[in-house]
Each structure stands twice: as C-alpha cells, then as structure tokens.
Design a protein around this ligand. Structure first.
Ligand code: ADP
Length: 247
C-alpha cells in the first residue's frame, strides 16, 4: 500500500515544549475504516498526538497528511472542515437545550441547497438529525433536555454532535470514562458502527474495552511508538509489558 492510500499519514512528527520532546519523530498510518486505539502510560504523549492531528497544538517538525492533503500548518477550524472531528473528555453539550437542538445546531452552516448563502435546508437537517439520533441510540430522546440525560447518553450526544458534521476521522479521548458496564458495551457497539464508514482513533486505558474495539493498537512511550499491531501481538510484547501492562 502506498502512503497515499491512508486516510491519515503522519511522518517524522515532533513537538517540543521548552526543549522537551513530547512527540519525538513519530510515524503513524491509519487505514480508511480503521479503528485504532492509542495506549501508553501517563505522559507518553497520547493527548499531544491527538492535539497535533486536530490542530490544537502545532508541530515543531514533520508532516500530517489527511486524505493526502497537507494539514500540518493549517488552523484547527480548517481541519474540522476537512473532516477531522475531535471529542474531548469533558462533554460540551448545551444542557438547557433539547437533544434535537443540540444535534441541529451542530449541523455545519453553508451546506445544503442554499449552502452558498449560508441557509440550511430544514428537511436536510431533520433527516441528518434523525440518522444521527438513531446511530447514537437517542432517537426516542429527541425532545428531552440534554441536561437530564445519563452520563453515558451525554457522551453519545456529543459524539452525535460531531457526526452531524460528517467527519471522516473521529478522535475520542477516553470515551468510556465514568460509564457503567452496560454503557461501555453500547459505546463499543457505537464505535464499531461508526467505523463502518469512517476512521476512528481512541485513547483508552481499559484493556478489556481496547480488546473489544481495536483493529490495531499503538503503544506510546516517551513521545515515541513502542509497539503497534493487533491487540494480541502488542499484549505479548515484552517491551509493552515492561513499560505499561506490567504495572
Ligand atoms: P498522555 O496523554 O499520554 O498522558 P500528554 O500528551 O498529555 O501525555 O503529555 C506528554 C508530555 O508532554 C507530558 O510530559 C506533558 O507534561 C507534556 N506536555 C503536554 N502538553 C504540554 C504543554 N502545552 N507544555 C508543556 N508540556 C506539555
């Protein structure tokens, strides 16, 4: 496979904070439709890597190509428009608005029949809200105030708000934090549904959940990739056991 076939191609990526390399000459390639989980000890550089991909942090050196387009120096909002979606750990939903409204306001302006004028076509938005609400399991909660949802449902709503923008790459930071066992399973099913036609990168610590969802696992340590591959392979890697799984 040539590098142009990957949805995301990261080469020689480095970022330094006051001389400290939080990401050190890192290479990572993501297939279309792949669900990649990034694991590693605290301080390994996992969050910084996602920050670099979405543009929250700028690289010191190296390149990030998304769908073969150079993103490295582009601002965050342009990367969002290009199809890179990022969910942070703390939900940023509008608690006082209904589930429907939360999804509706997340539909990008400037799409649809009247897109050029910045209007939104109601039917198109409604259809998208219905599609996304079904996907995240909240189709019967559209009229509910978002603040009244359970913790898990709030997390799914936020994923839904990202899906309203049709990202081709979705990045999630510890999506099951604070969830019940049932909510964790529903989240696994949701992520596997999402990657039927999108690529997903997840940072996660819960190894049972990682085994459940990962197509491939990237293990980070000290800003570098320590190991990469299917879960069974990295789990058995003595280097990984030594710096991460053994503790
Ligand atoms: P992880 O997500 O794997 O726990 P992080 O990406 O948060 O790791 O952090 C990697 C390293 O980079 C840590 O040592 C952290 O202190 C450092 N770091 C991250 N962001 C900054 C920043 N903005 N300024 C200085 N150091 C930072």
């Amino acid at each position: 496979m040539s590098n142009t076939d990957f949805v995301l191609a990261i080469e020689d990526l480095t970022v330094s904070f006051d001389g400290f390399k939080a990401i050190d000459n890192l290479n990572l390639y993501l297939d279309r439709g792949e669900l990649r989980v990034v694991i590693g000890p605290n301080g390994a550089g996992k969050t910084t890597l996602l920050d670099l991909i979405c543009g929250k942090t700028r690289a010191s050196a190296g390149s990030i190509k998304f769908k073969n387009e150079e993103m490295t120096r582009l601002p965050e909002h342009i990367r969002v428009r290009a199809g890179i979606g990022r969910k942070f750990q703390t939900p940023s939903i509008y608690e006082n608005l209904s589930v429907f409204k939360n999804l509706e306001v997340s539909f990008p302006r400037g799409r649809g029949v009247f897109g050029a004028l910045g209007f939104r076509c109601d039917d198109e938005v409604r259809a998208k809200v219905d599609e996304v609400a079904g996907m995240i399991g909240l189709a019967d909660r559209l009229d509910m105030e978002a603040g009244l949802l359970s913790h898990g449902q709030k997390q799914w709503l936020e994923i839904g708000m990202l899906l309203m923008q049709d990202p081709e790459l979705l990045m999630l930071d510890e999506p099951i934090a604070g969830m019940s066992a049932k909510e964790r399973e529903l989240t696994a099913e949701l992520l596997l549904r999402i990657c039927r036609n999108r690529s997903v990168i997840v940072i996660e610590h819960d190894m049972e959940f990682v085994s459940r969802i990962a197509h491939k696992v990237t293990v980070m340590h000290q800003g570098k990739i320590l190991a990469e591959g299917p879960m069974e392979k990295v789990q058995a890697d003595p280097k990984v056991i030594d710096v991460y799984l053994g503790h």
